[in-house]
Write a protein that binds this ligand. Structure first.
Ligand code: NAG
Ligand code: NAG
Ligand code: NAG
Ligand code: NAG
Ligand code: NAG
Ligand code: CA
Ligand code: CA
Ligand code: CA
Length: 433
């Protein structure tokens, strides 16, 4: 500080060199940008020389960030006076130069010097500024960037693929978080970004499918002053990723998965098979039960007569209209007899004849549409045995079929008769299977 007090006296003594006005003799251009590293001692060489007719009145060093400005130091009464917060950190080196020790990232910003000189013409003011960019410093352990593959390929259960992780390091930053990310170059030439930083290493997860080849890691230019590296001779490092190995792994794994699924399927198949066996067994039991039931049913109910394989017949002697006969049969779970064959026709005719009926209803009528005889089930008959000249719909009022045992010329042939006549009839019950 004493030195800085002295220089004005020196200036005065040698002022005959510069006759006009103050001259900036230091190398720092106005508005220059200085890039420095955290921890550096920085000098802002704002040396100046006053002209012979000038006297330095006042010097101020200021720091500006955003809109606020802060006084660092001033020169007054031939003394260099740092402000309180800069007391331990700044020094006036010579002729206006300012030195600041041990800068941090927070010291980034604009710095300026303002000089006020007195001459015969009055007070003149001079000013210079410089921008200081403090960059983080990275310490590379053992003076080399190391790139490596982090173990073998790792199976990712979620995406069902293998991933490979590379790392680049080992760095030590003065701040906890690095202010830059390393730059990766893939074998294809594309750039990739790290996915994670931890403990001095940047990690890169290779997307699947993994591309084999050389991956390079480097410190990106402009993100770190070259001088902020402990060893500026650092080289890019690279790692060779073997994608064949990964592909083989993937294939092995897929085969394993297939095998597992195959075994699962086999197990399920076996389960199904045993279920089928059980069902078969139960089916056998059911069949046995069914045949027993059938045997029971095979025997017609009491007072019904079995004929053929599938029907039981009952003669009802009480003479009723055709419609009433039909309903009566249905109420017994049967139907007015439907003749499907000559055999059945003979059997039923014999039954009514043997009972002494003169006439007997058959399940067949054209009540729905004149001339179209249908079974009670609504179907066309598969078999008919009308007497010749029948059905004649005599007087337009004959719609129901009957046997006429009372007429020997009719034999087992059919006649159509008025449905309202009252005749005995036969019900037919089909056996269940
Ligand atoms: C300081 O100024 C004096 C006189 O103007 C000059 O001789 C000296 O070289 C200057 N010092 C520096 C470091 O510029
Ligand atoms: C200056 O302003 C920027 C945004 O404009 C802000 O991020 C930064 O923190 C400010 N610096 C200071 C020292 O206030
Ligand atoms: C992986 O996923 C399968 C199903 O896809 C699951 O059964 C298994 O428990 C998972 N394993 C792990 C380690 O999460
Ligand atoms: C990597 O990061 C930079 C800036 O952080 C971004 O501009 C670039 O697009 C990123 N690249 C990829 C491949 O994500
Ligand atoms: C028509 O049939 C009835 C019996 O339904 C019979 O009495 C009559 O003689 C028949 N008429 C002719 C023309 O065949
Ligand atoms: Ca029948
Ligand atoms: Ca008719
Ligand atoms: Ca008739």
């Amino acid at each position: 500080m004493a030195y800085c007090g002295l220089f004005v006296l020196v200036l005065l003594a040698t002022s005959n060199i510069h006759t006009h006005c103050l001259d900036w003799s230091g190398p720092l251009r106005d508005n220059a940008v200085l890039s420095v590293c955290v921890g550096d001692d920085v000098t802002l060489p704002w040396d100046f020389q006053t002209a012979e007719n000038e006297v330095t009145e006042d010097i101020k060093w200021e720091y500006e960030t955003n809109s606020t400005s802060k006084l660092i130091a001033f020169y007054s009464s031939e003394r260099f006076m740092p402000t309180e917060s800069y007391e331990q950190r700044v020094k006036c080196k010579s002729n206006g130069s300012l030195t600041m020790n041990d800068v941090t990232l927070k010291d980034s910003g604009m710095y300026s010097i303002r000089v006020e000189v007195q001459s015969q013409d009055g007070v003149s003011r001079y000013q210079r500024s410089a921008s200081l960019q403090v960059k983080d410093s990275a310490l590379i352990e053992d003076r080399k960037v190391h790139v490596q593959q982090e173990g073998d390929a790792v199976w990712d259960n979620a995406t069902r693929t293998f991933t490979i992780t590379l790392s680049c390091g080992t760095f030590r930053f003065t701040e906890d978080r690095p202010t830059f990310d390393v730059q990766w170059t893939a074998p294809t030439g594309g750039t990739l970004n790290s996915t994670k930083y931890s403990n001095g290493r940047f990690y890169l997860s290779l997307p699947s499918p993994v591309v084999g080849g050389t991956y390079t890691c480097r410190i990106p230019p402009n993100h770190l002053s070259h001088t902020c590296l402990t060893d500026s001779r650092h080289d890019n490092d690279f790692v060779l990723v073997d994608s064949v190995k990964v592909n083989v792994l993937q294939t092995i794994f897929e085969q394993k998965t297939l095998r597992e699924e195959d075994e699962k399927l086999k197990a399920e198949n076996e389960k199904l098979q045993s279920a089928v066996d059980k069902l078969k067994e139960e089916d056998g039991k059911l069949n046995e039960l069914l045949s027993r039931i059938t045997k029971v049913i095979d025997q017609c109910p009491r007072s019904w007569t079995l004929h053929g394989e599938s029907s039981c017949y009952k003669y009802i002697s009480t003479a009723t209209t055709w419609q009433a006969a039909k309903v009566q049969c249905e109420n017994m779970g049967a139907s007015l007899v439907e003749i499907d064959s000559q055999a059945e026709n003979s059997f039923v005719f014999k039954m009514v004849n043997s009972k002494g009926a003169k006439e007997a209803w058959l399940g067949l009528s054209d009540l729905g549409e004149e001339g179209v005889f249908l079974l009670p089930s609504g179907q066309l008959p598969a078999f008919t045995k009308w007497h010749s000249g029948e059905p004649n719909d005599s007087s337009n009022r004959e719609d129901c079929a009957e046997f006429m045992p009372g007429r020997s010329d009719f034999s087992d042939r059919w006649n159509d008769a008025p449905c309202g006549s009252r005749n005995p009839f036969v019900c037919e019950q089909h056996l269940l299977y």
